[in-house]
Design a protein around this ligand. Structure first.
Ligand code: ADP
Ligand code: ZN
Length: 433
């Protein structure tokens, strides 16, 4: 029924026993092998015996991206290079890249986690799966490749980019599944329209999208525009890439592969755990990885957890669709604003395309936000008065919802750069430092 019936539907008590065992093993593993962790635990007066029950995880120190950067590239690696068989790395746009080394066993587990994800999305051996995640250092390309291969679909490793060719191959190969970022899916949908091809008439049935925040509204947009089911994948380089959590057919939160990843939600200020169901920052401890396990890694992603039973029958805990990254949170007139909120408001309006960027400027002491969003061609053609009317309408809607004044600027169609991977949603014009 599921890809891995044993672990995907394990009774909670049994799962938790398994988790405790793996957590204890992992803490001992890093304590013995990674000086960074040993020092940190010792400073807190802890040894691996401190973990007697799952709740004891809260005693452990958290790990942050800077810890990985300070120990770049392999300072946190718990095994020798003899045992490492692969190294991925994150983009590193905001500093040194973050490395992700894998042992053979780590790769195998990753593949299994991806197969669960793709199976739950409905991929089966007779499918043709077009993998348009970037292949290379980025974990997306290889991670999805391994998962599709494990299920036994025909993998078409197009990688990201060359959008017209993606569409031609999709037609020629009769691809049933498309794997890429949600923003790239939208780019593909739009280009197909420009080419006079109706994706709805192609055999494409399902997409598995992830690697960047996207809203329910964006999911609906992609589903209707492409005539497919848009499923989700979540993960990060530090935890081995995609495969941390995934959508089931109910599309009602992402099941976390809990036999591999222990999730907690904490208040990002105090780092105290919040009650189950409340929103906060996701911390993840990888309990089976061996090359570079992470103890209470701060993902910077805001979400919440639920143990409510899911209609699919999986017992794996669910996390909400990620609300945004703490890094991307803006404070406008004292109100916390995430790009995802703006995205869902924009998608309420038929007069604009779901192509937008947020421009943040400093005015005095305050941050000021302008949203540039593309007008639909007919609105643009109708001229400045029409545009001003739509701008005012959207601004009023957002004012009503968030209570803040945001400037909306309609821009001409196709002006905003199209994404082939992770979309850049924020242009930060505030002075640095
Ligand atoms: P980088 O930090 O350079 O973007 P990664 O590729 O490791 O490197 O990105 C991981 C991040 O991508 C996650 O922490 C999260 O913010 C985002 N992400 C991945 N999948 C999703 C998803 N399904 N929904 C929202 N955000 C996601
Ligand atoms: Zn489910």
């Amino acid at each position: 029924m599921y890809w891995d019936n044993k672990f995907e539907s394990m009774p909670i008590e049994e799962l938790q026993k398994f988790q405790l065992n793996k957590l204890q093993e992992t803490v001992a593993w890093v304590y013995d092998r990674v000086p960074f962790y040993k020092k940190k635990l010792n400073e807190m007066g802890l040894t691996p015996d401190a973990i007697q029950c799952l709740e004891d995880i809260a005693k452990l120190p958290v790990t942050v991206k800077n810890d990985l950067r300070d120990n770049y590239p392999f300072g946190l690696c718990a095994v020798s290079m003899k045992e490492v068989v692969r190294v991925h790395a994150s983009s590193g746009t905001t500093g040194k890249p973050v490395t992700g080394p894998y042992t053979r066993e780590d790769l195998e587990q990753w593949t299994e986690c991806m197969a669960r994800n793709l199976w739950a999305a409905g991929l089966r051996p007779d499918d043709v799966a077009q993998n348009a995640y970037g292949h290379g250092l980025f974990t997306g390309g290889m991670g999805f490749h391994q998962g599709i291969d494990r299920i036994g679909c025909a993998v078409v490793p197009t990688s990201a980019g060359l959008t017209e060719r993606q569409i031609t191959l999709m037609q020629d190969f009769k691809s049933n599944a498309l794997l890429c970022t949600p923003s790239y899916a939208l780019t593909i949908a739009e280009r197909a329209e420009d080419m006079g091809i109706d994706v709805k008439n192609l055999p494409l049935r399902v997409g598995v999208f992830g690697a960047e925040p996207w809203t329910h509204a964006m999911r609906k947009e992609i589903e209707t525009r492409m005539g497919i089911k848009a499923m989700e994948a979540f993960g990060l380089t530090e935890l081995g890439g995609p495969g941390v959590s995934f959508d089931c057919e109910n599309q009602d939160g992402l099941h976390i592969n809990e036999d591999h990843f222990l999730a907690e939600i904490v208040d990002p200020e105090t780092l105290e755990q919040v009650p189950l169901g409340e929103k906060g920052e996701l911390l993840i401890t990888s309990i089976q990885r061996r090359a570079m396990p992470m103890i209470r890694y701060r993902t910077k992603d805001i979400t919440r957890l639920t143990r409510e039973p899911c209609a699919c029958g999986r017992t794996l805990i669910r996390m909400d669709k990620v609300f945004g990254r703490t890094d991307d949170m803006l404070i406008i007139s004292g109100v916390n604003v995430f790009p995802s909120q703006i995205e869902s408001f924009l998608l309420d309006f038929d007069e604009v395309e779901p192509q937008y960027v947020l421009v943040v400027r400093k005015k005095g002491y305050l941050d000021h936000l302008t949203v540039r969003v593309e007008a639909k061609p007919e609105i643009y053609a109708a001229g400045p008065d029409k545009e001003a009317e739509i701008e005012a309408k959207i601004a009023k809607h957002i004012k009503g919802m968030l209570g803040i004044n945001i400037r909306i600027r309609l821009v001409e169609p196709k002006l905003i750069a199209r994404s082939e991977g992770k979309a850049k949603r924020i242009i930060d014009k505030r002075p640095k430092g």
